[in-house]
Design a protein around this ligand. Sequence first.
Ligand code: SF4
Ligand code: SF4
Length: 181
Amino acid sequence: MREGRSVAERLARAAAQWQARHIIPHCARCQEPCCRLRTVVLELEWRQLRALYAIEQSRRSFDATLAAGAGPAHIRKQGAHYFAHGQPCPAFDEQTRRCAVYGTALKPESCTDFPVYQDGDVITADRRCEAVDVDALVAHLAAAGVSVVAEPDREFPELVALVPRAPKRRRHRRDKARSSS
Ligand code: SF4
Ligand code: SF4
């Protein structure tokens, strides 16, 4: 029942529905697949990077190579994570448009979430995905019982935060009594 779910739960459910109905069916005919990593950056853990990019070096050795500027130019490290950009993901099959690590622990979480992310009571839609229609997504969330306001990110306007509207305060009977006295 809709009433029994929190806003975050309703958003999570609605966002998953949206991905399944409107994003995934579009991927096979997408003009600019995200997996080419031309417009988006892929965030990876070491175990994922090592497997996807068939790295045979130890992590320490690979990190040292990167730090010396002698590693792959399309991979950089920040903190504990690695970021790939500028060359297609090696797990992406351009012919079939399929991901070779789909459904496995090697698939980065950011791939599964893209292009609609949830963080608590806020959904973020990434318009770098051509299948994202913010107005339609807002209508979909409203139909799921959550009215949201779309707020493009100031620094990166491709990202649009969908923020639940503050509920209108219900006036208590005593408030009405005061205001009418
Ligand atoms: S950009 Fe969007 S539609 Fe295109 S492949 Fe990625 S998720 Fe699918
Ligand atoms: S791991 Fe799979 S979904 Fe993620 S970028 Fe590579 S091919 Fe695409």
